[in-house]
Ligand binder design. Structure first.
Ligand code: HPA
Length: 280
């Protein structure tokens, strides 16, 4: 079996050849959250089906594309169509795209997703900034031999979501007058939605929202020293809560609505990311 890092280096080389040069930010777009792609200047789109070793999504509504360009002065690589454990992919494949982006030079990783609201005040359409997560998938992308040249065997996850990035996103929300809640995301294996008993359990464990992605990518990115932020778009109340509608089509529709606000938030934040760095 070829070593995972061989794939990552080859993918990074191929993307460089196609013109992706030192992204500052890697942005992963969750289900139905593709609105921000339109804002990308000098946009180059790469069909990820053409990239040898790039995992492709099998889920309706998840495209397979990378978008490369600028938001203001900030060089951003966006992934549309992540892959999930529930599709049958092993953890290293789920995190291969984020590792490739960091190999290319990305220092900031922003993960977005669609999630169910566990906390009662998180109504559909709310944006939730992750303060922390519960990895309840039973899997971890760092299992197996560690690449000591890239990150430690036992990485500290006590601040997995970067404080300064969270501050920036909260400032963006305040400046744009967009509501942005904060909370803890529980990442589950899926693909079945939770039972009402499981949602009650998640609430007792301290989860504010639940979804089927993000946690492995956040762990892998943190392991490599990137600053990570994540925003959930609450598309439905989780199972058993008043008003819960669990339907993939509905999840996508709500995602598209809240996706507009998310795009505004990210545009504001990312254009500041570059100028902040220039100043320091
Ligand atoms: N549960 C898990 N994943 C989800 C949900 C949910 O209610 N909504 C969107 N993704």
């Amino acid at each position: 079996m070829r070593a995972e890092w061989t794939y990552i280096k080859e993918l990074a080389d191929e993307l460089k050849e196609r013109g992706v040069k030192e992204p500052e930010v890697f942005l992963v777009l969750g289900s139905g959250l593709g609105e921000i792609v339109e804002a990308l200047e000098d946009r180059l789109t790469i069909d990820t089906h053409d990239l040898h070793g790039w995992p492709f999504s099998t889920v309706p509504g998840h495209a397979g594309a990378l978008h490369w360009g600028r938001l203001g002065q900030c060089r951003v690589l966006m992934q549309q169509g992540r892959v999930h454990l529930y599709e049958g992919y092993e953890p290293p494949l789920v995190v291969r795209p984020v590792r490739t982006a960091i190999e290319l030079g990305a220092k900031i990783v922003i993960l977005t997703n669609a999630a169910g609201g566990v906390r009662q005040d998180l109504r559909p359409g709310t944006l939730l900034l992750l303060r922390d997560h519960l990895n309840l998938t039973g899997r971890n992308p760092l299992v197996g031999p560690n690449n000591d040249s890239r990150g430690p065997r036992f990485p500290d996850m006590s601040e997995i979501y970067d404080k300064a990035l969270r501050r920036l996103l909260l400032d963006a929300a305040a400046a744009l007058d967009l509501p942005l809640a904060e909370g803890v995301y529980a990442g589950l294996l899926g693909p079945s939605y939770e039972t009402p008993a499981e949602v009650r359990m998640l609430g007792m464990l301290g989860a504010d929202a639940v979804g089927m992605s993000t946690v492995l990518e956040a762990i892998a990115a943190r392991h490599l020293g990137a600053a990570v932020a994540a925003v959930s778009c609450i598309t439905n109340m989780a199972a058993g809560l008043p008003g819960a509608v669990l339907d993939h089509g509905e999840v996508q529709r709500m995602g598209a609505t809240a996706g507009k606000n998310l795009a505004e938030l990210l545009k504001w934040s990312l254009s500041r990311t570059h100028s902040d760095k220039e100043r320091s």
